[in-house]
Design a protein around this ligand. Structure first.
Ligand code: TRP
Length: 452
């Protein structure tokens, strides 16, 4: 395929919404509140915002410029920009980690679908024991596998339609809907009895809580949430037009991503504080065990409201997860079909089938395959560790080094300024962050994760 007949996002809005769709995901609505809850609230938020600005943004712009410059999938991108070097392993590593992340991300995505069904069929207002409900669901091999298959199918349907008719068109409908739902939920949350306590927890920092662990968790979370280090944004940027302003796009995507994460906090913490005895420090089960208890107890006297709130919340999670699984799928599909000269559809089938199989195996690690461990981890935890905790920071760091040290400065300048047509007063700061700050900072997340 020549660069000219390569697919392209049709509009600037499409570019922003598709990239924001990749960034906004379970990371924002499930992982961010649980990290914030376990890491002392507002202090974590503050550090997180700094990480987005000084670490996430420069790396995001770098991924954008690598993708747009090369007009190719992630692995080929490095081959084009650094022919004959070993840099294409960074791209390959991205494809590989996207593949692994998709395989376990889809398990949690499947849970959100199950919870949507459960909330629609009214089971969050009937007094069930939700710890048991969750435990029973994740350990039921048939149910959890079924939802993995369903979620992969949903992702597949969008991917096979292509970049413009699938990803772009879908994001243009889903992202506004997602933003609409989240705004309604924020308004609801403000009217809950725990609103002021919840907002205090989110917005009043207690600086004594800023420990190294908090800083490093915030960095890792910023990376995951912005979809960095796995070639996602690099692949999407290969569909950007020549006139797309990379810095402005990265700014919008980061802003939407952060806004959604903060709004998820504004929804969840007031809700949790509205029920005495529930803790915000529930970790990953915050959304799947604590919140159903909130729906059940806090809305005891207004079950209809509880019903609407819970359905909207889980639909929101599904939408967020779906636009992210699509972006992860696209990384691998673009690579397979371009590298092995397959039709896009065939490439997509290969990815869907193999990720479904791996996804089912991951989901079974909460039940029948619990005893099957490698390095003391079940398959789900192993995939999470290898991809999100190991490969993602590693390739993020290499991306920063690649653009900061290896790539000719003129190429970087031309891409960031669209051949000098956009003024970029902060160019020197950008290069400084890439050359020195990002590699050192990411190296410390990395070491921290490894010695944990
Ligand atoms: N950013 C998404 C989220 O917050 C997840 C995601 C999609 C991702 N693509 C990625 C994470 C690439 C890391 C790398 O849920």
């Amino acid at each position: 395929m020549s660069a000219n007949d390569r697919a392209n996002f049709g509009s600037k809005l499409g570019v922003i919404l598709a990239s924001a769709g990749s960034a906004v995901g379970l990371g924002n609505i499930w992982r961010f509140p649980s990290e914030l809850g376990s890491n002392g609230g507002a202090a974590f938020l503050l550090v997180y915002l700094l990480c987005i600005m000084f670490l996430g943004l420069p790396v995001m712009v770098s991924e954008f410029l690598i993708g747009r410059r090369s007009q190719a999938n992630t692995a080929t991108a490095y081959q084009k920009l650094a022919p004959g070097s070993k840099w294409h392993y960074v791209g390959l590593m991205g494809v590989f980690s996207a593949f692994l992340i998709l395989s376990y991300y889809v398990v949690v995505a499947g849970w959100t679908l199950e919870y949507t069904v459960a909330s629609v069929t009214n089971s969050f207002t009937d007094g069930t024991d939700y710890t048991k409900f969750f435990g029973d669901f994740v350990s039921n091999p048939w149910k959890s596998s079924l939802y993995v298959v369903l979620f992969m199918l949903l992702t597949h349907v969008v991917i096979v339609r292509g970049v413009t008719d699938g990803i772009e068109r879908f994001s243009k409908v889903m992202m506004p809907l997602l933003l609409f739902i989240i705004c309604i939920l924020v308004i609801c949350a403000f009217s809950m009895p725990g609103a002021s306590e919840g907002l205090n927890f989110l917005l009043k920092p207690d600086f004594s809580k800023v420990t190294t662990k908090v800083v490093l968790s915030a960095m890792g979370q910023a990376f995951f949430s912005m979809s960095l280090g796995m070639g996602c944004l690099c692949t999407y940027a290969s569909y950007f037009g020549r006139d797309t302003n990379l810095l402005r796009t990265a700014g919008s995507v980061a802003a939407i991503d952060t806004m959604v994460a903060v709004m998820a906090g504004i929804i969840i913490f007031p809700a949790v504080y509205s029920v005495p005895g529930l803790s915000v420090d529930a970790g990953p089960s915050l959304v799947f065990v604590t919140l159903p208890n909130v729906f059940n107890i806090a809305f005891h006297n207004a079950p209809v409201l509880g019903y609407v709130f819970s359905v909207m919340f889980y639909v929101l999670l599904v939408l967020a997860a779906l636009t992210s699984t699509i972006s992860l799928h696209e990384v691998v599909t673009a690579y397979i079909s371009e590298r092995f000269k397959l039709a896009r559809k065939t490439g997509a089938y290969v990815v869907t089938i193999s990720c479904t199989v791996l996804g089912i195996l991951c989901s079974l690690s909460f039940g029948v395959l619990k005893g099957f461990t490698l390095f003391d981890m079940g398959l789900f935890d192993l995939f999470d560790f290898v991809s999100a905790k190991f490969l993602m920071p590693l390739s993020g760091m290499l991306i920063a080094i690649f653009t900061g040290w290896y790539l000719e400065r003129k190429i970087v300048f031309d891409e960031v300024t669209n051949y000098g047509s956009i003024r970029m007063p902060l160019f020197k700061l950008y290069i400084f962050l890439l050359k020195y700050f990002a590699p050192i900072a990411i190296m410390s997340i990395f070491i921290n994760e490894l010695v944990k």
